[in-house]
Design a binder for this molecule. Structure first.
Ligand code: AMP
Ligand code: MG
Length: 337
């Protein structure tokens, strides 16, 4: 792993170059509508091993496989319920990952030894072109070093992956900003394993949605989780993050009386003007907060923050995805005022 990492554009020439790298079994940083992915041929064991190496990802944390079209689904998985096709009609291409029983062509290293695999059809035009031109299903976890905030710009990927991979395709900022909604199917019901831009409410129009308890609760050591990502500390900047829950007025009073060296506030944007300690706001609506969250967490690292007090996001709709990521970034540390 000692590459001179090239920054590519989304020009036809550069996409063809990146697609060739992927077809040849290399690992490439790619834009998607959720976050940047670290992509490789999902069926090539060596290529997939190199994703784990580049990220420093635990071997038991499975990768999501990205395909170009729903018509390819049953090439990779079986026992697909009708419900999956109904959801796909509404949400695919888009930020929805469906966990289904995997066919043997998906190697165990990709599914981290599980007999299921998460499949997603990305909406982002560059991601779609790369899948089509390489002719490969692409395994792609988020393109950050394991444990760090996910990358939402090509520069974030460069900061983490420079020298570790041959190329990154720069497709601009990721519009959604948080990783895909991950679901599995249970007796005609939908189990929400990871909240994302597609919310439980939207899914519940199709069937009952069971929200896994580990979306908002830490797994106890050794506890069985349905989705391996639930047990890892995740999305963490170097600063200690604490979530503050209470009214906006209580939050402002709290941060204004807890200032000090390296201490920052992370308020809603409309409250920035009331903060008398340094702060980086993260938006007002849940959609805006989703798109900004990881970039803001990375900014705190760039300025050397030691302690960040974040105002608790909304916990409904897309807000649940923001809350889920922030909880993990904070190591589940919440102060309720
Ligand atoms: P990332 O690749 O960083 O977006 O993380 C993907 C996450 O999706 C993993 O950490 C898992 O929690 C979840 N996931 C992927 N595949 C499966 C699967 N087969 N079963 C359950 N969860 C999965
Ligand atoms: Mg990740």
């Amino acid at each position: 792993m000692n590459y001179e990492t090239k920054l590519l554009s989304t020009s036809e020439y550069d996409i063809t170059y990146a697609a060739k790298l992927l077809a040849d079994g290399e690992v490439v940083g790619i834009p998607t509508e959720t976050v940047y992915g670290l992509a490789a041929d999902a069926e090539n064991e060596e290529a997939v091993k190199n994703i784990f190496k580049a990220k420093g990802r635990p071997q038991d944390n499975p990768l999501i496989v990205h395909i170009a079209d729903i018509s390819q689904l049953e090439e990779y998985v079986y026992d697909v319920p009708q419900l999956a096709y109904k959801l796909a009609e509404k949400f695919c291409p888009g930020p929805l990952t469906m966990v289904l029983p995997k066919k043997n062509r998906i190697p165990n290293v990709t599914s981290a030894g599980l007999d299921t695999v998460g499949i997603r059809i990305p909406y982002h035009p560059a991601a779609r072109k790369l899948i089509q031109e390489s002719g490969k299903a692409l395994a792609a976890p988020s393109a950050n070093l394991s444990g760090s905030p996910s990358p939402t710009t090509a520069m974030h990927v460069m900061n983490d992956m420079n020298g570790r991979i041959p190329a990154i395709v720069d497709g601009g900022s990721c519009p959604v900003g948080v990783e895909s909604t991950v679901i599995s199917f249970e007796n005609g019901k939908i189990r929400l394993l990871r909240p994302g831009f597609i919310s439980a409410d939207e899914l519940s129009e199709f069937s009952e949605v069971i929200c896994d308890k580990h979306i908002t609760e830490a797994a106890i050591e050794g506890e069985q989780v349905r989705s391996p990502g639930m047990k890892y500390k995740h999305y963490s900047p170097k600063a200690n993050i604490t979530i503050i829950s209470g009214s906006r007025e209580q939050y402002i009073d709290y941060v204004n009386s807890h200032g000090g060296d390296g201490i920052y506030a992370m308020p809603f944007s409309r409250d920035e003007c009331y903060c008398r300690i340094p702060c980086i706001p993260y938006g007002d609506t849940s959609e805006e907060q989703a798109s900004k969250l990881f970039a803001v967490l990375r900014e705190f690292d760039d300025i050397g923050a030691k302690q960040v007090y974040a105002y608790c996001p909304f916990v409904d709709g897309v807000g649940l995805a923001v809350y889920n990521r922030l909880l993990r970034a904070a190591g589940f540390e919440i102060i309720t005022l």
